[in-house]
Design a protein around this ligand. Structure first.
Ligand code: SF4
Length: 370
């Protein structure tokens, strides 16, 4: 749902702050669902995920219509996980109640911080009071709730970060996602940092805050099943886990990506062009057939970020011996430095290597073979 009430300073996702085309967008999403219904053939839909942008700008009727279109045109399992990403300022008591009567059964709430100074620095549309209010109310109607928190925010001390985590834990939620603030090119945050208005992010501080997060959440029984995701047993995101495990997915809407096991597709990232094209019954999608090397690199990247690691059996059976040998050779120095661990079945990242996981993964990428 590529609309947001206002632009967060750090965000480089595709979205528009002009909500005028929201209704046209909902119709286009439904049309795209119809146009692509044969792509899944006999596959069953296991999860539905409303991502953004800000899907909580949708009216309840619009959400129901979209889910209905999926249900009527696709084969959906009984009780699929249906997640709505929501921002606190959209979650009024009325909206939460309505959502609990809708097919949505999981909320992923973009809290980011419980402190106004952080929220203002990031230009979030909500304040700390709204974050608390929406969590108190959501808890009454939803059991499966996740919140997002951001660490490494310039000026955020370790003490404030710990307080953030403590506040989050006080809600006894089953899932927390947490990301380091990253400075993406062409964002307001980058411009402010370049002009000296905001101090730059400090990687060392961010790493320390990530370690604080892991320690505190581990103590509370959370499993860090993906670098940025912590869930209680039974509450891992089914949708995202499928994605990390290389399962197929269908992405609907501007800028949405799809994957069918061999091909990756991405929709145009322009709302007007997307709506126009769908109206003309033309899918505004570009498709790339992934080479074996692409698939290996993607698997290494996503696998290493999860507790399931990189399966050596999968590498050997799906990619062959040359890939297996290359992987072992590239992993060697990290194993010696105790950043990676290896057993008979898998390579995974250790506590020491976790924060540097993406960098390590890129060192394991295959560049030449096809
Ligand atoms: S609400 Fe989410 S998608 Fe929208 S601008 Fe903020 S971070 Fe980006």
């Amino acid at each position: 749902m590529p609309f947001c009430k206002q632009a967060c300073h750090y965000c480089d996702f595709h979205f528009s702050t002009n909500l005028r085309k929201k209704q046209d967008m909902v119709s286009a999403l439904q049309k795209e669902l119809l146009l692509r219904k044969d792509e899944l053939k006999n596959e069953e839909v296991q999860t539905i995920y409303f991502g953004g942008g800000t899907p909580s700008v949708l009216e309840i009727g619009e959400i129901n219509e979209i889910v209905k279109t999926v249900a009527e045109n696709y084969s959906v399992i009984e009780n699929p996980e249906i997640t709505l990403e929501a921002n606190p300022d959209d979650l009024s008591l009325k909206k939460i109640k309505e959502l609990s009567d809708s097919p949505i059964n999981r909320l992923s709430i973009g809290v980011q911080s419980f402190f106004d100074q952080d929220l203002k620095l990031m230009n979030r549309a909500h304040n700390a009071k709204e974050a608390h209010l929406c969590l108190n109310e959501s808890k009454k109607y939803f059991e499966n709730i996740s919140i997002d928190l951001i660490y490494g925010i310039p000026g955020m001390t370790h003490k404030r970060w710990q307080e953030n985590i403590t506040k989050a834990l006080s809600y006894e939620l089953p899932h927390i996602s947490s990301y380091a603030l990253t400075v993406e090119p062409k964002t307001a945050l980058k411009a402010f940092i370049d002009k000296g208005i905001i101090p730059n992010v400090d990687d060392e501080m961010a790493e320390e805050q990530f370690n604080i997060l892991c320690a505190l959440l581990e103590k509370e029984g959370f499993i860090n099943y993906e670098i940025s995701n912590f869930g209680k047993e039974g509450y891992f995101s089914k949708n995202n886990t499928a994605y990390w495990k290389g399962k197929k997915y269908l992405g609907i809407g501007p800028s949405a990506h799809s994957y069918d096991g061999t091909k990756r597709g991405w929709n145009i990232n322009n709302n007007s062009k997307y709506i126009r094209s769908i109206k003309e019954r033309v899918l505004p999608i570009e498709v790339e057939v992934l080479s074996k090397t692409d698939r290996y690199n993607e698997y290494v990247m996503t696998g290493l970020r999860t507790i399931w690691g990189i399966s050596l059996y999968k590498i050997q059976t799906e990619f062959g011996n040359s890939y297996f040998e290359y992987l072992m050779q590239q992993s060697d120095k990290y194993i010696k430095e105790e950043m990676l661990s290896v057993d008979r079945n898998k390579i995974s990242v250790t506590k020491k290597g976790k924060f540097l996981c993406d960098g390590i993964a890129s060192d394991l990428f295959m560049i030449k073979l096809n």
